[in-house]
Design a protein. Sequence first.
Length: 332
Amino acid sequence: ITKEFIDQMLEWFKSGKTLPKRYVWEIVLGCNAALSKEQSLTDIVLEKGVTCDVIGDTHGQFYDLLHLLSLTGAPSETHCLLFNGDFVDRGSWSVEVVLTLFAYKWLYPRRVGLNRGNHESKDMNKVYGFEGEVRHKHGEQTYKLFADVFTSLPLATMVLPSLSPTSPKPGARRSILSPEGRKRYFVVHGGLFSRDGVTLDEIRKIERFGRQPNEGLMCAELLWTDPREANGRRPSKRGVSIEFGPDVTRAWCELNGVTGVIRSHEVRQGGYAIEHDGLCTTVFSAPNYVDQGQNLGAYVRVQATGDLSYHTFGASPHPPLKPMAYSSMLMA
């Protein structure tokens, strides 16, 4: 695959055309070959001069993804893109979104990260549109291929700046650093855990291939949890998993030498929110979510020193196709 092919593919998608099935399969299998070499907790190292943009839920909003990529720039040897799950469902161009991300991952395996979200699963795809969309555009076998490759997606990523951090401003809280004295960030779709003491090595060793997120650290934890304002833990309002407080976040970051958690999974009206005394950042990248959220989208840029900056953007026009046009709920 080449950058020129991807550019041409994006133009094809913008004009409302679908990709021939053989190209779809090549992209999905090429991406899978890259994903299968990665651990369940993978690493992105930021050498001097390299930046990484962490991007939250994109949810099938292809025309907003195009706008986002015009802001971040395409991946390159000096610029990483880390997509933090929920590429598909709800928006009605999920195929176009996920093929774009998979193609970039195939072309730039070291510079593109793809974390699994709770919507990269069979149960969610059946209800919220992705299964119906793939069947409509490319057939039953293509959906089965996507469903299988989704289980190859890593569950979280460590973003590892390689340079010493800049000096903190006077009066600022001292950052939690790695054992080597560097900043580092744990990027995961949902959040932290229902028990204390979970280590990075434990996450790295999770068996994910071929598995749906129905139990254990993968489901009730990494892909589904949410932060709360009060200390402690409580059952989630979603009916799945838990909510975790700022004391949980601080204890986990101190245990693992992590500077902060960057997660997605929830709309934030301003596109992002810095929570838990600065240790937990939520970033959401689907502006005007399902055409009615009126929220901004955002991404977080990480420098090789570990410094963060926050960037927001509004929604882009799209063709007159409603969200969840292929959902089983709407097509029944």
